[in-house]
Design a protein around this ligand. Structure first.
Ligand code: TRP
Length: 338
């Protein structure tokens, strides 16, 4: 029997999930589940590195789970669980702290960016600094082979690999599988901000006109896409060229991914047409797509019993695997096992 390789990925339950998150991550998670044994995690502990209002965090966790289900991520085929329900994550994270150097973490780009942003409020907590170590623990606990991530997370995967290689070599045993990243191979999978298509669409953007939220209604979609930046070349040409035509390329990317139509095909269909034709089609298809998504979402979100069942099953399954790795590590490093 061919044993499937293990995939691990996670998303923070910080709400405001966008069409960019869908196309860049969730849609890919859905495709990957056909080929790999997948472990998908709601990283609630990571989200605490930025202050979360308790009642909102609580709600966001269940919302995130219902979003997974509405994206057809199958809890019977994969393990879906909440990070804080599997205590081995924080336990391994402590051990890995002791195998990571201060200088390594200080150089992390995301840390440097986040503290620049937070400096004004004087709130630079150590969780933000240690963030990559908890992420390494997430990945290494499950002997993960592959980790699908966006470009902004590549450095985090590299440090997880470094820690694993270092640990293996100090103890002279291949106790950790060395994970590899998977970068989304779908063309146009990185969706950009609507008003500034040089910048990635971000769920934490303070201007909601930059993003399409998965819960936007038809009016909001219409307004936002109509206002989206296009280009000013004359005559207007609807072609994919990220450098010279970032606005049009972004609209093509969105349309291609939600309709499963290749960008090449779309360029052919829109030959000789004007930008407004493209926008109309993006609006129409986004409305259809999000309407279907939202209908599915609310069906799951209202079914508290189903959600709770998935959460309990997921954490049991995840713990079973996590315990094996953590026990092996504890024994290897000399912790006393009664
Ligand atoms: N840091 C990731 C993000 O914000 C979420 C995350 C937490 C993650 N643990 C992970 C992603 C492990 C991949 C693997 O996008």
């Amino acid at each position: 029997m061919l044993i499937k390789k293990t995939v691990f990925s996670a998303i923070q339950p910080t709400g405001n999930i966008t069409i960019g998150n869908y196309i860049g991550a969730l849609q890919q998670w859905n495709q990957i589940q056909k080929k790999y044994f997948c472990i998908y995690c709601i990283a609630d502990l990571h989200s605490l590195t930025i202050y979360q209002k308790p009642n909102i965090l609580n709600k966001n966790i269940l919302d995130t789970l219902a979003i997974f289900l509405a994206c057809d991520i199958d809890p019977n085929k994969n393990i879906i669980f909440i990070q804080s329900h599997v205590p081995q994550h924080t336990q391994l994270s402590w051990i890995l702290n002791c195998f990571t150097y201060f200088g390594e973490l200080k150089r992390m780009i995301q840390f440097k960016e986040k503290i620049l942003f937070l400096k004004k409020n004087n709130n630079i907590n150590i969780g933000l600094f240690n963030y990559p170590i908890l992420m390494a623990a997430d990945i290494l606990l499950y002997q993960t082979n592959k980790v699908p991530v966006g470009k902004d997370q590549i450095q985090h995967i590299e440090i997880a690999r470094k820690i694993a290689i270092r640990f293996n070599s100090i103890y002279g045993k291949n106790i950790f599988t060395i994970p590899e990243k998977i970068i989304n191979p779908n063309k146009g999978s990185c969706i950009m901000s609507l008003l500034n298509p040089f910048k990635k669409m971000s769920k934490s953007d303070s201007n909601s006109n930059n993003i399409i939220n998965l819960f936007d209604n038809n009016d909001m979609i219409t307004k936002k896409i109509n206002n989206a930046v296009t280009d000013s070349d004359i005559p207007p040409r609807i072609i994919y060229d990220k450098i010279n035509k970032p606005g049009i390329s972004n609209l093509l990317s969105i349309l291609s991914n939600i309709t499963n139509n290749s960008i090449k095909n779309l360029e052919r269909e829109f030959k000789g047409k004007i930008y407004n034709d493209l926008k109309k089609s993006v609006i129409k298809n986004l409305c259809i797509f999000l309407h279907t998504f939202q209908k599915k979402y609310y069906k799951y979100r209202e079914n508290k019993k189903l959600l709770n069942n998935i959460i309990v099953n997921g954490s049991n399954q995840a713990q079973k695997l996590a315990k094996i790795t953590l026990n092996n590590i504890n024994n290897l490093i000399g912790l006393y096992n009664k």
